[in-house]
Design a binder for this molecule. Structure first.
Ligand SMILES: C[S@@+](CC[C@H](N)C(=O)[O-])C[C@H]1O[C@@H](n2cnc3c(N)ncnc32)[C@H](O)[C@@H]1O
Length: 263
């Protein structure tokens, strides 16, 4: 069985003449890999890549144009659309062959049970013989000397959001997601758990964007000026440390392939 993320995802997956939902686009890394695979398989598939494109301090137009640019020749397979995963009203019932939700459910799970609404929306738009692929980061509670910077980045983000009464991310366990999917009519087809990997390709862009978002959020915190200055200093230290270490850690994560029970 393939042990690498994309070889596991694309193993036995027919991508010819399919309509694929990519939820959500983010930096477009998964979008690129799916478009590349469509090209390899030589069909006429299309990817509808959806994102809210509303991260603090981000310019929607520039964001979309940088994704288009990084897609290069594969842009022809992709329609980028602004939308909310909780309400995909522009997609008809039973209209999608494959849904790919890569590193996004941690942001859809901010309130208990909230994720159920996204999973139900996935079920509504999926064709009866369709397939749902979810990739998600796992909880990251293993703090060691070696991964300190990465641990700090993730947990400081959570703390800063909490101080504003908001939630940065909540990593659901694969078992809980599968239980929820079961309740709404899915069954597991396959799954894989992978160890943490280092992202050495676009860590600079990601950490720069992270620093910008965190500084915007710190500004809004209803605490003293001194406290905010110290938090900004911590963010700066982490930012510099990541640039020095030259990677961003994708914590251990899992991949789940699910299909409808009554297919
Ligand atoms: C980590 S990124 C996704 C990574 C991306 N799949 C990739 O491979 O590069 C998470 C994205 O989810 C988007 N997002 C979060 N909640 C959303 C929602 N309810 N609807 C649409 N997009 C959402 C954010 O705007 C962000 O761009």
């Amino acid at each position: 069985m393939p042990k690498n993320k994309f070889s596991f995802i694309f193993n036995n997956l027919n991508l010819k003449n399919k309509t694929i939902l990519d939820a959500a686009t983010g930096a477009g890394r998964a979008t690129y890999r799916w478009a590349e695979q469509i090209d390899k398989q030589g069909g006429h598939s299309r990817i509808i890549s959806v994102d809210k494109f509303d991260l603090p301090g981000e310019n929607e137009k520039e964001w979309i144009s940088s994704i288009k640019q990084s897609l290069g020749e594969y842009e022809k397979y992709v329609d980028i659309k602004k939308g909310d995963i909780f309400n995909l009203h522009f997609l008809a019932d039973n209209s999608i062959d494959i849904i790919n939700c890569d590193n996004t459910i941690v942001f859809l799970n901010k309130e208990p049970l909230q994720i159920m609404n996204a999973l139900k929306e996935f079920k509504r738009i999926l064709k009866p013989e369709g397939i749902l692929v979810i990739v998600s980061e796992d909880t990251f509670d293993d703090l060691t000397e070696k991964n300190q910077t990465q641990w700090k980045r993730w947990n400081l983000s959570k703390a800063i959001y909490n101080l504003n009464g908001k939630t940065w991310s909540t990593e659901p366990k694969i078992k809980n997601v599968m239980d929820a999917l079961n309740i709404i009519g899915f069954k597991k087809q396959d799954s894989l758990r992978l160890n943490a990997i280092k992202n050495t390709s676009n860590y600079k862009t990601i950490v720069k964007e992270w620093k910008k978002i965190m500084n915007i959020e710190i500004q809004k915190i209803p605490f003293s000026h001194n406290f905010k200055t110290n938090l900004k200093e911590e963010v700066k230290k982490i930012y510099e440390k990541v640039l020095k270490e030259k990677y961003i850690m994708t914590f251990s994560y899992w991949i789940l392939k699910a299909v409808l029970k009554d297919r």
